[in-house]
Design a protein around this ligand. Structure first.
Ligand code: F6P
Length: 378
């Protein structure tokens, strides 16, 4: 092990730089040179990389949000969108060019920091004979086989603070305040922040909701003299007889999440106002959830992930995802992460059908919410 490269792919998440730092430091401890591809798989395709050096660009990173090497969430090199001069669009498998770039540069291993879509591509590259080690990044906390992705804890903290602040207006104005949070097809951020912030209702994609149950909860609170209600809605939540609310359908090719979610918060607030007569307002928390400095917990978790990733490389254990399970660092094969979504390239990850970890109905968080009397819309 002499030379390794890191890439950060997909949406940014707090802790990316802390993982980079941990890999670079552990590499130094082991006498290994470290490089970073610029903007994820795009940099790999364009052979665009920089040396990561503790004397210059790779120090002072622990608390910094974003990623110093950039990221991209619209690049699937196995099905790459090429716009020809005449404006026509073609999709090409350019993965061999990436493999060539890795081999020519002499990288013994590539660390891919990303969510399920990124790890699906890592698995596909591993089938082409290059060494990949995945590190599970996403605020959504939905990567299979790991109890917690880095970035999630910070996102929950930001959402919790938002709930605390919304309480002020809710109580003062006697309103229903609806907070829409991220999470894509998993309700982890919504459920955990609802518990941390003391919300009264949490609507998550895993439990299609009945708006009448939400109304019942609001009315029950009013009968106890509580003239306000806090509702947390996951962006992927849907009514039991309806669909997810899609803000925009993108056309970036298969293997990418072409659906931009958003708008369910407004729908829920409007329905509540119509059915209860109470003034209801919605707030979309958006990108502040994944920006800025990571929490202390995420800094430590990211550091554990980064050091473990480099340790695995030193042990010659490749084509795995670093995991955090029952409080211990470990790994599973990328094949396991991909699950049944096996088709290389075109039918890639990061889609609704991906092998993602969702909230299960027997999860402790669901039990806690129910014990507290929180309405989950069912
Ligand atoms: O996966 C992380 C995430 O922030 C989701 O919670 C959200 O749905 C999505 O990314 C937004 O992605 P984009 O950066 O493409 O708007």
């Amino acid at each position: 092990m002499k030379k390794v490269a890191i890439l950060t792919n997909g949406g940014d998440a707090p802790g990316l730089n802390a993982v980079i730092r941990a890999i670079v430091k552990t590499a130094r401890t082991n006498g290994v040179e470290c490089y970073g591809f610029i903007e994820g798989y795009k940099g790999l395709l364009e052979n665009n990389y920089v040396k990561l050096d503790l004397a210059s660009n790779a120090s002072g990173l622990l608390h910094k949000g974003g990623t110093i090497i950039g990221t991209s969430n619209s690049t699937n090199v196995f099905n790459y969108k090429v716009v020809n001069e005449d404006g026509s669009v073609e999709y090409k498998d350019l993965s061999d060019k990436c493999v060539e770039n890795i081999k020519n540069a002499g990288f013994d291993c590539v660390f891919a920091l990303g969510g399920d879509g990124t790890q699906k591509s890592s698995r596909d590259f591993s089938l082409k004979g290059v060494n990949f080690i995945g590190v599970p990044k996403t605020i959504d906390n939905d990567v299979a086989h790991t109890d917690m992705t880095f970035g999630y804890n910070t996102a929950v903290s930001v959402a919790t603070e938002a709930i605390d602040r919304l309480h002020t207006t809710a109580e003062s104005h006697h309103r229903v305040m609806v907070l829409e949070v991220m999470g894509r097809y998993a309700g982890w951020i919504a459920l955990e922040s609802a518990i941390a912030g003391g919300a009264d209702v949490a609507l998550i994609p895993e439990i299609p909701y009945d708006i009448n149950k939400v109304v019942e909860k609001i009315n029950e609170r009013r009968s106890r003299g509580k003239e306000f209600t806090i509702v947390v809605v996951s962006e992927g939540a849907m009514p039991k007889d309806g669909e997810m609310v899609v803000k925009m359908n993108l056309n970036d090719g298969s293997g990418l999440d072409n659906i931009r979610l958003g708008g369910i918060g407004d729908k829920v607030a409007n329905d509540i106002e119509r059915l209860t007569g109470m003034v209801s307002r919605s707030t979309v928390l958006g990108y502040v959830q994944r920006g800025g400095t990571p929490s202390a917990f995420d800094r430590v978790l990211s550091t554990k992930y980064g050091t473990k990733a480099m340790e695995l490389a030193m042990e010659g254990i490749f084509n795995v995802l670093v995991t955090y399970k029952d409080g211990k660092m470990g790994y599973v094969t990328l094949e396991d992460v991909v699950g049944n979504n096996k088709v290389v390239g075109a039918a890639s990850g990061n889609t609704k059908e991906s092998n993602i970890r969702k909230v299960e109905l027997n999860d402790d968080l669901v039990r806690v919410a129910r014990d507290l009397g929180m309405c989950l819309g069912d």
